[in-house]
Design a protein around this ligand. Structure first.
Ligand code: ATP
Ligand code: MG
Length: 452
């Protein structure tokens, strides 16, 4: 033994997190809530690959965006030399897929997706290299009505998730021609203020001057605040669209503020852009962002198709939910099966399957390196599982064809254990558990209901 060296541990990739069992109930609650809201608005799910051709993002997001310039995980497939990228966002893949499969040949579509995204950023609170988004894309709709509907659906997410600390910021960045005029004015203005521009801004002046408006540098705020506003360059149609969105939001009592400096980091947006932000997450306060992207289908060689969508950052929203209070940890099972002796073990195995047939969640105690363990240690596991009942099959029970059912959450009550015939144990437990569920049923979607 002594010459065998202990193998070194391998750590996960920096900035990419494991989802551990204690957190999975919260993820499940989030996913269930969001999915049922999406369904209630007629959105259909699509699942696209995590890997796409690199040029999909380079062309779609824009060569001079932060994501494409410095955040993408790109690599060459060593088998065939293909240039590939781990998706940094979901819209490009969904639009690629919609074009490839002609998804909107017979009318518009409401689609949604969820899954991991990858960006090589500096890991910090609310900013990871693998993170998760839920996004919705409404394809083929032209009017302000769909923009407003997407925003109202977001409001419903927050309501159903119990979040009252996110607020809506809205802007319109017009169409390409309006942006070009504004861009020229913006460049002229920034050139007059060369002395205030930092190195990053000077670089962006040549590549993507609009993004200078996004700066977080305090020394530049005053200058940037006084810069020409895109809103002042909008033509009649863009203005009417923007006012249409606002009118619907007001009519439905969705509060918002217009943030004339709100531009999105990706090139494909036009007209409506919005962000949902919170003050409770430090500097990574944007939990959801979106807008209209009428040009993207054309950029990808598809039939010109108007579109609008958003993506929300799951990790940031979960952090907000956690801050709201204790997360209820649901029980691992309804019944934990404890047994002692070879014959009892065989019976426990059969009973556990019958209980599952009846719709109950069952954990059967199984052997580890130390065997099945003492009765006492098994009961400890039963207690820790959160199960409402332990079913005990000892040697006596096995010989008499009975089982003992112990109520685990009955406090100090003396008579919390009964002996029932093996063949009636399933009915007995189903009645007990269904009975208590009727009494104190709750709104928790993770709560188990017994159907029989
Ligand atoms: P940020 O301003 O935080 O860099 P972004 O403009 O790059 O965000 P989008 O591309 O619009 O973000 O993505 C939509 C949402 O996804 C963001 O609002 C945020 O909630 C989340 N998100 C983006 N990047 C990350 C990341 N690296 N880690 C965790 N969540 C992220
Ligand atoms: Mg970013």
């Amino acid at each position: 033994m002594s010459e065998i060296k202990k193998a070194e541990k391998i750590a996960g990739v920096k900035g990419m997190n494991d989802l551990l069992p204690d957190d999975s109930p919260l993820w499940e609650l989030f996913e269930n809530t969001v999915q049922s809201v999406l369904k209630s608005y007629g959105f259909q799910q699509v699942r696209t690959p995590i890997v796409e051709p690199t040029n999909l993002f380079a062309r779609g997001l824009g060569e001079v965006t932060d994501v494409v310039e410095k955040e993408m995980y790109s690599f060459e497939d060593s088998m065939n030399g293909d240039k590939l990228t781990l998706r940094p966002e979901g819209t490009a893949g969904v639009v690629r897929s919609a074009i490839e499969h002609n998804l909107i040949y017979d009318g518009p579509r409401r689609l949604w997706y969820t899954g991991p995204m990858f960006r090589h950023e500096k890991p910090q609170r609310g900013r990871y290299r693998q993170f998760h988004q839920v996004g919705a894309e409404a394809l083929g709709f032209t009017g302000p009505d769909i923009d407003a509907e997407l925003i109202m659906m977001c409001q419903r997410f927050w309501d159903d998730l119990g979040l009252d600390n996110v607020r809506l910021e809205l802007n319109s960045i017009g169409d390409a021609e309006e942006r070009n005029q504004h861009k020229a004015a913006l460049i002229a203005y920034f050139e007059q203020h060369q002395d205030i521009l930092d190195a990053e801004a000077k670089r962006r002046l040549l590549t993507n001057p609009l993004r200078i408006l996004d700066t977080k540098n305090p020394a530049m705020q005053e200058m940037v605040n006084a810069a020409p506003k895109l809103l002042d360059y909008l033509g009649a149609e863009s203005l009417a669209h923007f006012e249409g969105v606002q009118k619907i939001l007001r009519h439905n009592s969705i509060p918002f503020t217009i943030n004339t400096r709100l531009v999105r980091g990706l090139d494909y947006y036009n007209r409506t852009v919005f962000e949902w932000v919170t003050d409770d997450l430090g500097s990574q306060g944007t939990v959801c962002a979106g807008g209209r992207y009428d040009a993207l289908f054309g950029i990808f060689g598809g039939k010109p198709t108007p579109a609008c969508g958003f993506a929300m950052g799951i990790e940031r929203l979960l952090e907000l939910m956690k801050a709201k209070g204790d997360v209820h940890q649901p029980a691992m099972c309804d019944v934990y099966l404890v047994h002692q002796g070879a014959e009892a073990q065989m019976q426990a195995m059969v009973l556990s399957e019958r209980l599952r047939d009846a719709g109950l969640d069952v954990v059967l105690h199984c052997a580890t390196a130390n065997g099945v363990g003492s009765f006492k240690s098994q009961m400890k596991k039963a207690d820790g599982s959160g199960a409402a009942y332990a079913v005990i099959i000892g040697e006596d029970e096995a010989n008499n064809n009975t089982v003992s059912v112990k109520e685990l959450r009955a406090g100090d009550a003396e008579n919390n254990q009964v002996n029932v015939p093996f063949d009636t144990a399933v009915d007995y437990l189903v009645d007990q558990i269904a009975g208590s569920a009727d009494g104190d049923c709750c709104d928790d979607p993770n709560h188990h209901h017994v159907h029989h």
